[in-house]
Ligand binder design. Structure first.
Ligand SMILES: *[C@@H]1O[C@H](CO)[C@@H](O)[C@H](O)[C@H]1NC(C)=O
Ligand SMILES: *[C@@H]1O[C@H](CO)[C@@H](O)[C@H](O)[C@H]1NC(C)=O
Ligand SMILES: *[C@@H]1O[C@H](CO)[C@@H](O)[C@H](O)[C@H]1NC(C)=O
Length: 182
C-alpha cells in the first residue's frame, strides 16, 4: 500500500518533469553563418546572438539600385544524416513574377516572419536604400519549425538576378545558416 502510493507519486513527478522539458526543449541554436553578396548590388552584414531561448539574427543591408524584375530565390533545407548534409527540401521562386507562381508557401511564410523584425523581406520590387532586421528568431511553434525534428540543419538562401535582355543570371547574395534544433 505504502509502496504503491510512492510509485504513483514518482510517476506524477516524472510526468510533470517531462511536460516541463517538452515546453522548454524546442530550441534553435545557430552555429555558423556564411554569406557573400555581390558589391554591384548590395552590402550585407549578418550577426548572430546566442540567447537563452535560442539564437537571434541581425541583418543590415544597403541596396545600391532599384530592381523590379528577374529576381529569383532558391531556398534549400539540408539535414545532417550519418554525418553528411543532404537536401530535404529545395524550392525555387521568381519573386517579381506577376502571375502568382504556384502554391509554394515557404516564401510568403518567411516574409510574414521577417516583417515582424524589421523592413527587410523577399518581397519584390526592391528600392535603393538601407534595410535592417533586429533580433530575428523563428518562434518554436511556427509551422516551419515544427515540421522538422531535432537535428542539425542548413538553410540556404540564394538570390539571383537576370537583367531584362540578358541570358545569364548573376548572384546577388547567398546566405547559409547552420543550426541545431534540440
Ligand atoms: C552559439 O552557440 C553555439 C552552440 O552552443 C556555438 O556553436 C556557437 O559558436 C555560438 N555562437 C556565438 C556567436 O556565440
Ligand atoms: C528600414 O528601417 C531602417 C531602420 O529603422 C531605416 O533606417 C531605413 O530607412 C528603412 N528603410 C526603408 C527603405 O524604409
Ligand atoms: C531590351 O531589349 C528591348 C528590345 O530590343 C529594348 O527595347 C529594351 O530597351 C532593352 N532593355 C534593356 C534594359 O536593355
Amino acid at each position: 500500500m505504502f509502496k504503491c502510493s510512492q510509485a504513483w507519486k514518482l510517476w506524477t513527478v516524472a510526468a510533470v518533469l517531462l511536460t516541463l522539458l517538452c515546453m522548454i526543449s524546442a530550441k534553435i541554436m545557430i552555429t555558423k553563418v556564411d554569406y557573400e553578396s555581390n558589391p554591384n548590388y548590395l552590402a550585407m552584414m549578418v550577426q548572430v546572438h546566442n540567447e537563452t531561448e535560442g539564437s537571434t539574427v541581425d541583418v543590415d543591408c544597403s541596396l545600391y539600385l532599384d530592381v523590379h524584375q528577374g529576381i529569383s530565390v532558391n531556398i534549400d533545407l539540408d539535414s545532417k544524416m550519418d554525418g553528411e548534409y543532404m537536401t530535404m527540401i529545395g524550392t525555387s521562386k521568381e519573386l517579381c513574377s506577376k502571375e502568382e507562381g504556384g502554391i509554394d508557401p515557404v516564401v510568403p511564410l518567411l516574409n510574414e516572419e521577417l516583417e515582424k523584425f524589421g523592413n527587410l523581406s523577399l518581397g519584390c520590387p526592391y528600392y535603393k536604400g538601407s534595410y535592417r532586421i533586429r533580433r530575428f528568431r523563428m518562434s518554436d511553434d511556427h509551422m516551419l519549425v515544427k515540421m522538422v525534428p531535432p537535428g542539425e540543419y542548413i538553410v540556404k538562401l540564394d538570390l539571383k538576378h537576370q537583367q531584362e535582355n540578358d541570358t545569364q543570371k548573376v548572384q546577388v547574395f547567398k546566405l547559409s545558416f547552420f543550426y541545431e534544433i534540440s
